[in-house]
Write a protein that binds this ligand. Structure first.
Ligand code: BF8
Ligand code: SF4
Length: 624
């Protein structure tokens, strides 16, 4: 059980945690669970009641309602990632225009490569190139004319420079190439309102289009620009779990998703470390929560304290002096829980506020000032700790992270300098690696019994290399699966491959689970898949690769899943998505999609059953 000591402590202290509230919410509404509910206008809400009334007041049937609901979820998810990407693009623009000295360009090489792909002349100062790249990126938020207007080449720049030509052809044929991120999310919301699109198939095409918006003007764009500004991750050793909080240190938890803020806090915590001594602490310990935590792990080696379901427990330790949040996956419950302790909850982004938190507005221009102010608040809070309320669990695990595609290629190059990918492809072809599964996404209180951990263990035992991101990475790392020793849990063939690559890189073995980053870094998984398809000269849907989101919870996860599907990656998801009231939508997702994009959704509600369907799919792909 999740940090049991802390769960028990919360109970003793009468603190309500997510699981308590989950229990109070039972039973959850069957209409909502099956997608048979619509509240898209104020004549509603309407429900589909089989045998009684199979249409809403306006006449919308279950197929339309389920498809509209799914599209709305995908739109919401895509806006999260695109907004995130826009923030980092604007940072790059400000660097390019010389409007901020708080941020610099760390990976010039990546900037130049992107500039070349965008057909920008890469002569001139690095700042000038940065500005031009940022302006091309902003085009993905503002070009107005596209395919509908017979402007053939007018679709997302980031899709154009990233996706494989074979895919672009497929998407073009389906008419789903997005023109600009904001335009498409706006269209899709419009499309789902009362009295608009009543064609479930057309709505489902928009769901796929939303996957492309998410994948390119969200995930890929965010990762690329973050790598340029903060550096492309390389192999890093660190620790994970709530035992990384330290009693004798000022603890700052950085929580959310955008590294613009968390990187600065780490930077200033190092500069101001001595200030901690003035308040009686040994230093400042910054730890990460959710994807902000992963961003600072990947580039700076900061410990990953906890995933989405551990955010409340971090405060229950009684040593979280400041919890600093930016955007996404921040439980509003942190307000009440922090008020039971000395913890200072600090919000930083103007459109994500919590009435009981202190708001320190974070801007690119004033980043240094805000980061210093945040650290001062943490130092002040440290002095108010109540010693009788402290309980730091022993849970702490070593782990390796930093597996960008560049890191993976670099590791493989130690075995074949001129053709590193051949090492991986040969292992796949020979069957030393049966297949690759990318496990992504959240932890969901609905999903019981360590689903992530069990599924991952079964897969590696079956010689499947597991790569992944997001909260899965916490689950895997906290079970010790991101260490070289964990290769002993892998099937013999996979183990010997991992040991061979590991030894060539000065490690006992590569871990059987490769941490590829935060949720926007699913783009890295996309790049790896592209590289394999390119090398093997086959479309992605023929590769023995499956994605899985075994505990998906957020709308972002829906957007990522539909992007994976649009790439041709068959994707396992759990819990069952709320579309089962519609036979048509269920059939398209689990079957017909294969004829459109080469992939489909797999279901499986236990780790064993999920592993079975995933392995079956991988074997079918190998034999086809
Ligand atoms: O983007 S995996 S709970 S933390 S949504 Fe959120 Fe899900 Fe965790 Fe990061 Ni991703
Ligand atoms: Fe009911 Fe139609 Fe309004 Fe939805 S859009 S709430 S189905 S009347």
């Amino acid at each position: 059980m999740l940090n049991k000591e802390l769960m028990d402590k919360a109970k003793r202290e009468n603190i309500s945690l997510f699981l308590d509230r989950f229990k109070s919410q039972q039973p959850q509404c069957p209409f909502g669970l099956s997608g048979a509910c619509c509240k898209n206008c104020f004549a509603g809400p309407c429900r589909i009641i089989p045998g009684k009334e199979e249409r809403g007041i306006c006449g919308a049937n279950q197929d339309v309602i389920a498809a509209r609901n799914l599209l709305r979820a995908a739109v919401a998810g895509a806006t999260c990632h695109s907004d995130h990407a826009r923030e980092v693009v604007l940072t790059l623009l400000k660097i390019g225009e010389g409007k901020t000295s708080a941020y610099k360009i760390k990976d010039e090489n990546k900037l130049r490569i992107l500039a070349k792909k965008l057909k920008i002349k890469s002569s001139g100062s690095i700042k000038k190139i940065a500005k031009l790249v940022a302006l091309e990126a902003l085009e993905d938020f503002r070009r107005q004319e596209g395919l509908y207007h017979k402007k053939e080449g007018n679709y997302l720049n980031w899709l154009k420079i990233t996706a494989l030509p074979e895919r672009i052809k497929v998407w073009k044929k389906l008419g789903i190439l997005p023109i600009n991120s904001d335009l498409e999310t706006s269209h899709a919301l419009h499309q789902t309102t009362m009295g608009n699109d009543a064609d479930p198939n057309n709505l489902l095409l928009s769901v796929l289009r939303m996957g492309l918006v998410d994948g390119y003007s969200g995930l890929h764009l965010a990762t690329d620009i973050q790598d340029i500004i903060f550096g492309t991750p390389s192999l890093v050793k660190s620790k994970t779990d709530l035992g990384t909080l330290k009693e004798d240190h000022v603890n700052i938890v950085v929580h959310g998703h955008v590294p613009i803020l968390s990187q600065k806090i780490v930077e200033w915590s190092r500069k101001l470390n001595n200030e901690a001594k003035k308040v009686g602490a040994k230093g400042i310990n910054v730890v990460g929560m959710c994807c902000s935590g992963i961003e600072v792990l990947m580039r700076l080696g900061i410990p990953m304290a906890g995933h989405v379901l551990q955010q409340e427990l971090a405060i229950v330790t009684g040593v979280a002096d400041a919890v600093v949040v930016d955007i996404q996956c921040i439980y509003p419950s942190l307000q009440d829980i922090s008020s039971c302790y000395h913890t200072k909850l600090i919000s930083t982004i103007d459109y994500v506020r919590f009435p009981k938190a202190e708001h320190i507005s974070f801007t690119i221009e004033d980043a240094n000032k805000s980061a210093k102010q945040i650290i001062k608040e943490a130092l002040k809070a440290y002095k108010k700790r109540d010693k009788s309320k402290i309980l730091i669990p022993k849970d702490k695990c070593e782990m390796y992270g930093g597996f960008s595609v560049e890191t993976i290629i670099d590791a493989l190059s130690k075995l074949n300098k001129n053709n590193p990918l051949k090492v991986l492809v040969d292992a796949i072809k020979k069957g030393d690696i049966l297949g690759v599964v990318a496990i992504v996404g959240c932890r969901n209180p609905k999903v019981k019994d360590d689903f992530h951990e069990k599924l991952t263990e079964i897969l590696i035992k079956n010689n499947i290399l597991v790569v992944g991101t997001g909260c899965w990475a916490y689950a895997a790392a906290q079970t010790g699966l991101m260490t070289p020793e964990a290769s002993k849990k892998a099937g013999l063939k996979l183990r010997s491959f991992l040991e061979k690559v590991g030894k060539a890189n000065g490690l006992e073995s590569l871990p059987p689970c490769l941490h590829m980053g935060s949720c926007v870094d699913n783009s890295r998984v996309g790049n790896l898949v592209n590289a394999l398809a390119n090398y093997m000269k086959i479309p992605i849907y023929k590769l023995p690769i499956v994605a899985s989101a075994p505990e998906y919870m957020t709308e972002k996860a829906v957007a990522i899943a539909v992007w994976a599907l649009s790439l041709g990656v068959t994707t396992h998801i759990n819990p069952v998505p709320p579309v089962t009231s519609s036979k048509l939508v269920t059939k398209v997702l689990t079957r017909d999609l294969e004829n459109m994009v080469g992939s489909k959704i797999l279901l499986g509600n236990t780790p064993e059953e999920s592993a079975r369907v995933i392995i079956k799919t991988i074997k079918e792909k190998r034999n086809s």
